[in-house]
Design a protein around this ligand. Structure first.
Ligand code: V47
Ligand code: SF4
Length: 359
């Protein structure tokens, strides 16, 4: 049997594929065969349903002490374009989102040198008071680690305080590539991959669901992508706290990594999504984040193992500051049409993947 036939047999019998087998898929250009297999694995879990949610992103500040080389969103305090939203403005956006049918706000920002942990508690409390029906998905593991350092308390205490103030779950950002020598090149100031995993483990133990992302298409190798997914698969075996895996296609404009790196290819995007579906057998949801992929690749990915298109987003800054040419937001009708035209069933979900309405 060829390696691919061995992998196909394993997938059809619901057996786990090895890191070496995942690497052989990355090295293959037989996109359609990989995609077909990923579609089988996906349909077994999710049938023809494709999830989306109605949400809004709010980035309270772009001021960040880390200044990762791939990030075009962040600014140093005092630099042109640096901003911090007033609490009132954050609440206004949340109330507006709730009024427009959103069920979730997604809140992440830079690591601000001066704002205390109390500020973030206040953000959560104010949103909960102003827009009580919204689920607040907020703060990456990188931010949680930073809060614990500025407040001088443990990760457990930070999580407890934020949950008491209204934190409902955590997004999957900050994972980048968890392999240390890649991190040293693209985000040397950021917490280590091991620390990211440790904080996520503590969040899962505290009862929070999280996602996991992977920033790909820069200096990493295929082996680094597999190593990254392997660390996530191992943690998921232990905690079961991950909801979705979200590969983020690197957007190269305006970042310090721009000069020698082009954006990802459609083939790489689809292959990465499909292989993640095959390798991460303990993740229910593989999300195509249309902001970084563009609507067309996101739509095609629904035939390559993907079962989630994220949400309406409304005002996206991180990818667009880095040159993403997707729209800033998609309407609910736009997402529904996109899913229907791919021959799938649109299912609006809440943040915890409870179906709200089937279209
Ligand atoms: O952590 C930064 C990435 C992430 C660039 O959990 C970039 O539901 C591409 O994590 N090109 C934030 N990516 C976004 C994120 C996310 C988005 C949507 C849904 C969820 C979820 C999470 O964006 C950062 C970083 O990895 N990022 N700069 C760039 N130039
Ligand atoms: Fe700061 Fe996050 Fe941008 Fe890195 S990716 S510079 S931590 S905002």
């Amino acid at each position: 049997m060829t390696t691919f036939e061995t992998i196909a047999t394993k997938v059809r019998y619901s057996q786990r594929i090895s890191p070496e087998e995942a690497l052989s898929l990355f090295e293959s250009n037989d996109l359609l065969a990989i995609g077909e297999l990923a579609a089988v694995a996906n349909e077994r879990k999710n049938g023809k349903n494709v999830f989306f949610n109605v949400n809004r992103h709010i980035n309270p500040t772009n001021i960040c002490v880390n200044r990762c080389a791939f990030c075009a969103f962040s600014r140093t305090s005092g630099e042109e374009g640096a901003y911090t939203l007033a609490l009132d403005e954050i609440c206004r956006r949340a109330v507006e989102a709730e009024g427009e049918g959103a069920t979730e706000v997604h809140i992440v920002g830079g690591l601000h040198p001066d704002l205390p942990l109390e500020y973030y508690e206040e953000v959560l409390r104010s949103i909960r008071a102003a827009a009580p029906s919204l689920h607040i998905k907020a703060f990456t593991a990188v931010e949680i680690d930073y809060f614990s350092r500025i407040a001088g308390c443990s990760i457990e205490q930070v999580l407890e305080r934020l949950m008491a103030a209204g934190l409902g779950s955590m997004p999957g950002g900050g994972a980048e590539i968890l392999v240390e020598d890649v991190r040293n090149k693209i985000c040397p100031e950021k917490i280590s991959g091991q620390r990211w995993l440790e904080i996520i483990r503590l969040a899962h133990l505290a009862g929070l669901k999280t996602n996991a992302t992977m920033l790909y298409g820069h200096v990493e190798t295929f082996a680094d992508r597999v190593a990254h997914m392997d660390m996530l698969r191992t943690l998921q075996d232990e905690t079961g706290g991950f909801q979705a895996f979200i590969p983020l296609a690197f957007q190269p404009e305006n970042s310090d990594l721009k000069l020698n790196i082009k954006g990802t290819s459609g083939l790489d995007d689809l292959k990465t999504l499909a292989i993640s579906r095959l390798f991460l057998d303990n993740f229910d949801h593989i999300k195509a984040y249309w902001v970084m992929l563009g609507e067309k690749i996101a739509q095609v990915s629904l035939a390559f193992g993907v079962n989630d298109l994220d949400g309406t987003v409304v005002e996206e800054k991180i990818g667009h500051d880095a040159g993403a040419d997707s729209p800033q937001s998609l309407s609910k009708d736009g997402i529904i049409t996109l899913i229907r035209k791919a021959g799938k069933i649109p299912v609006e979900r809440d943040t915890l993947y409870r179906p709200l309405r089937v279209y």
